[in-house]
Design a protein around this ligand. Sequence first.
Ligand SMILES: [Ca+2]
Ligand SMILES: [Ca+2]
Ligand SMILES: [Ca+2]
Ligand SMILES: [Ca+2]
Length: 460
Amino acid sequence: MGLTTRGAALLPPLLLLLLAHAAAQAILDSRCYLMNGGAVESFYIAEDTPVGAVIGTLTVNGDASVNGDITLRLQERNAAVALAPHSKNLTLTRALDREERLGPSSVYVNVRCDRRRTTDPSFVIPVSVRVWDVNDNAPAWQGAGVAGGAGGYRARVSELTAVGARLAAAPARDDDQPGPHSVVHYSVLPGPYQEYVKFANELDSVIVLAKPLDYETLRNFTVTLRAEDQGQPPRHNDTTLEVEVTDADDQNPAFTHDHYTAVLPDDAVEGTELEISPGPISASDQDLGIRAPVRYSSTGEQRALLRLHADSGRAAAAAPLLAQHGPVTIVLKATQVDNPDRYAFATLTISRPPRAAGPPRPPRFLQPAYSAAVPEDTPVGATLLTLHTDTGDTVSTPAPRAPYTPRRQRGHARRGHAAHAAHRHRGHCEYPRPPRPPPAASTRPSGPHCSRCTSTPGTL
Ligand SMILES: [Ca+2]
Ligand SMILES: [Ca+2]
Ligand SMILES: [Ca+2]
Ligand SMILES: [Ca+2]
């Protein structure tokens, strides 16, 4: 009775001990729990981690080796990560990409953990794998006909474009994450013609003119552009910009020669076309890309001596030219049809054929016949008519005698003309006309080569 009572009294402590031991066993079996006490396993790796690399080791309690006490397996099939057999190592099976072009930018899987030799239910451990950005993208040039910087950019620019004016936009895009890996700096690489263009600023894709253009000296050029990110190390892409310079009207026309000459044949008549040396009268616009047509004209005091064809530049004698016996110089002008402010000048000197050696040719009247109407009360000695001959065009020619010249009065001639003019007026002859000569009797008072004969009544 007492023993039974004593045994009964001992049972509760033993039971308690057993129960406590069982409880302790259960508490000590931490297999499949994460060592850090957390519920989720997280990994953070670079996006350029190579496929096959171990991206981390699960911090789960237990031995996962062949003879260990836990078994780990991935719930998902075909995930981007895998568990190496009999290990806690997670390996990468597919490429990851922060920009999600070559693969996913993050992975979420579930690892099932089983305690071996127990009937305990499986533990499920969520695993998160995320990637951080690396500078794995170079800036890529954008724009029509441009793929990744290939092909280049083109711009057509007038030569009159002002320095600082926009020529083109050449944007580049960097697919890396916002920050230094994707911030693009633009530049024109050193090289020929680099000085002509620049980016408005290094963060702007707008290209502006940096130096004045001139179509006449530079019609096109190509420079190399660089877009570079700010990664460490940076990545870059180069492309080209081809600039075609277009012509503008910034040049005057120009004659083929500054000075032309022609000889007026003795038998020339009004309209006789002149043979021009050293070549035909010709001018062209020096804006070679425009080549504006020009119109020819004669200008200046002597312009009436010439008939100049406006389009062709062919020159023909005008009636007043036939009365000229010495060289005359006429100013030629070529004017752009589309812009009267663009013109050029040249000169044309027309002379008579040189006299052949031999006896001097007698002077000839410029008109085959002369006539004059004379009032009946004309006093004796008054001038009735002035006649012109074609002689006297060279100093060496002996003084001809006009048909109506009874005697020469060179001293008289000097009174009406400058000394040098009179010196060359070998064909000048007059009848005496007291008391003084009429200074304005000739329509060509200062022509050094004209001849003048005056007649008195009764001699014609
Ligand atoms: Ca980049
Ligand atoms: Ca990246
Ligand atoms: Ca021009
Ligand atoms: Ca031009």
